[in-house]
Design a protein around this ligand. Structure first.
Ligand code: 8YV
Length: 318
């Protein structure tokens, strides 16, 4: 039997063996390798399924060029790079990879939090550069983590996993969310500025996209204050990046642990120069175990579609 055809927007090399595995099950049109994308798309107008990732996304233009498209399977939980309105208009189904990555993303958030508070990256440099041996040089004092106040912006699956870890550090946890949750005992703040004022650490775990753009603005960051630390494992667009840089520079904001940036992979030089920030290249889910689990979900959703079964992890596009 002929293999079903799928269009793949970008490489899934972040998950070892994924590209090869897709090719073994499907006839893959690798769009990112096409010299003449327009011709490739024209020749494959009949294709019903497209595979992408949180990074590569899927634009309205690409959706429009595939008149028979029925399903977009994305590797990643965030779908801010997929034009959901265009999907809704054409009743195109979308799947993502929730749950399987929550623990690893929460682990990374905690890594960034502790690294920022305790100067782990700076301390590593301090030792490597032989500065420990110099009697005139010391690493600046850090900030205590255990027992402090943890504010979480976005108490979804990842936010909950971050909160749970906070309890292990004897922290008081509070959150801001689109709506109050009735299944948790954490304190709810409807006002982000108030949450930031209360928090020692503010961790951003909300969805990206236009609804949350600049949600963490200058006022929120100022309320977090000179001893406060912001951690972002969500999307760079959620924080007003320029305001964050300025407040870090002036000392009005204490520190930052950042996995995501407004204009990736560009990281402002002004941020790179700051010693009180820890930077990571958008790798929250990037472990062997989780990238594999994410890819397994992509494959299972594809298999479900091609055998007329219900999709495992559909995204609500309404
Ligand atoms: C990254 C993500 O794609 O799932 C998402 O939405 O942003 C992450 O999984 C991943 O960390 C890249 O390795």
């Amino acid at each position: 039997m002929d293999k079903p055809t799928i269009i793949q927007v970008g490489s899934l090399a972040g998950s070892p063996g994924a590209n090869e595995m897709l090719q073994s099950h499907y006839r893959v049109i690798a769009l990112w390798q096409a010299d003449d994308r327009a011709t490739v798309l024209k020749d494959n107008e009949h294709v019903q399924v497209l595979v992408t990732s949180a990074l590569h996304g899927c634009s309205a233009e690409l959706i429009e060029s595939l008149p028979n498209l029925k399903l977009i399977c994305s590797w990643g939980v965030g779908y801010d790079t997929i034009d959901l309105q265009a999907c809704h208009r054409r009743a195109i189904m979308v799947t993502n990879t929730p749950d399987v990555l929550s623990d690893c993303v929460a682990d990374e958030a905690w890594g960034l939090l502790i690294a920022s508070a305790r100067h782990i990256a700076a301390g590593d440099q301090f030792v490597r550069q032989g500065r420990w041996q110099s009697r005139n040089d010391t690493l600046p004092l850090g900030r205590r983590v255990s027992g402090k106040k943890l504010g979480i912006v976005g108490l979804g699956r990842i936010g909950l996993a971050i909160a749970k870890r906070g309890q292990g550090f004897n922290m008081e946890v509070a959150y801001h969310n689109r709506r109050v949750r009735d299944d948790v005992a954490y304190r709810y703040y409807s006002d982000l500025v108030e949450l930031a004022r209360w928090s020692d650490f503010l961790v951003v775990a909300t969805v990206g996209g236009s609804d949350t753009r600049d949600l963490i603005d200058r006022q929120v960051l100022r309320a977090l204050g000179p001893s406060g630390i912001i951690v972002n494992i969500a999307r760079g667009t959620v924080i007003e990046e320029q305001a964050m840089v300025e407040l870090l520079q002036s000392g009005e904001l204490g520190g930052a642990g950042l996995d995501v940036f407004e204009n990736e992979p560009h990281v402002p030089q002004s941020l790179v120069q700051l010693p009180q920030v820890v930077l990571m290249p958008h790798v929250g889910s990037a472990t062997f175990e989780t990238s594999q689990a994410m890819f397994d979900l992509v494959l299972e959703n594809l298999q479900a579609y091609f055998s007329d079964k219900a999709l495992l992890t559909p995204v609500d596009t309404s």
